[in-house]
Design a protein around this ligand. Structure first.
Ligand code: C2E
Ligand code: CA
Ligand code: CA
Ligand code: CA
Length: 278
């Protein structure tokens, strides 16, 4: 019943346990939220360590619920994924982010890449490449300004993933491997996948200063990226010490509170206009 995508009929069954009742409520709210346009896209800048300039932004969805206020993506993305609502939601983020990036370019701001998270469900949609191509065409954003973030778990089915990534790459968009180091992707496959960038997961960056293992992992990922001719970006950078460590390792880019939290489009525009984060 609840699995049908656009469907509006979902039943509350007496005898549902607490958890299923809660997620049933959340599901109803999510569907309503999508209709009522309660979602926003926030943008978090990404900086080139060498120049100190903003060269990209990650688009991150926000749900502003009429009563509950901000609901964190951690709370609703997994459910949206489970019930398939992530597909229309994710496509909306993609459209919004491309449209916004085009607007910034037209306003004469320094051109940047916009990073958009793909969910597993989106990744396995037969028409993903078509959807991306249509979005670029509709928003008139040049494909070189779009970066799609995937996770290691999406590459488990190697042949299929290879095909999808090749299709996306042929459109001219770039691909980043998100949360890198937390999944189970085989390094053998990694070298064969058509990807452009590794995003070092924030769990390693967090303990980079006082955790010898995490520092070693982060440094190793940077070295590996270099050897594979991929870029490396560190997520969750919050302190000067972390930034300096990453810089010494040869990491290319950073993203994190050190620079800025994710912010609404208008605020991001001001950051980009001054484009000096240091
Ligand atoms: P993610 O893709 O790994 O995104 C990075 C998360 O780290 C964001 O959380 C961001 O706000 C947070 N972050 C950034 N810098 C720092 C920092 O310096 N310190 C700390 N502690 N956190 C930092 P957010 O926005 O709550 O998103 C959580 C997750 O929800 C994302 O993780 C992503 O998996 C998912 N998500 C968000 N937006 C979308 C979307 O449009 N589509 C899909 N499929 N997933 C999304
Ligand atoms: Ca991401
Ligand atoms: Ca991440
Ligand atoms: Ca994450």
């Amino acid at each position: 019943h609840a699995k049908n995508q656009g469907g509006s009929y979902q039943y509350y069954r007496p005898g549902m346990n607490r958890k299923s009742h809660d997620s049933w409520l959340l599901e109803r709210e999510l569907r309503k939220g999508l209709e009522r346009e309660e979602f926003m896209v926030y943008y978090q800048p990404q900086m080139d360590i060498a120049t100190g300039k903003i060269i990209g932004a990650e688009a991150l969805i926000r749900w502003i619920h009429p009563e509950k206020g901000f609901v964190s993506p951690g709370e609703f993305i997994p459910l949206a994924e489970e019930i398939g609502l992530i597909v229309p939601l994710g496509n909306w983020v993609l459209d919004e982010a491309c449209r916004q990036n085009k607007l910034w370019q037209e306003a004469g701001l320094p051109p940047i890449k916009i990073g958009v998270n793909l969910s597993f469900r989106q990744f396995i949609q037969q028409d993903l490449a078509r959807t991306v191509a249509d979005t670029l065409e509709r928003t008139r954003l040049d494909s070189s300004y779009l970066d799609l973030e995937i996770t290691e778990s999406m590459t488990m089915e190697v042949e299929r993933a290879m095909e999808v990534l090749a299709q996306l790459r042929s459109l001219g968009v770039s691909i980043s491997m998100d949360d890198f180091g937390t999944g189970y992707s085989s390094l053998t496959h990694l070298t064969k996948f058509p990807i452009d960038k590794l995003k070092i997961d924030q769990s390693f960056v967090r303990n980079i200063i006082d955790g010898a293992n995490d520092a070693a992992i982060a440094a190793t990922i940077v070295t590996m990226a270099k050897n594979l001719k991929l870029k490396a970006i560190a997520e969750g950078v919050e302190t000067d010490d972390q930034l300096q460590f990453l810089q010494r390792c040869g990491c290319d880019e950073i993203q994190g509170y050190w620079l800025s939290p994710p912010v609404p489009a208008e605020k991001f525009e001001r950051l980009l206009a001054s484009n000096s984060c240091v």
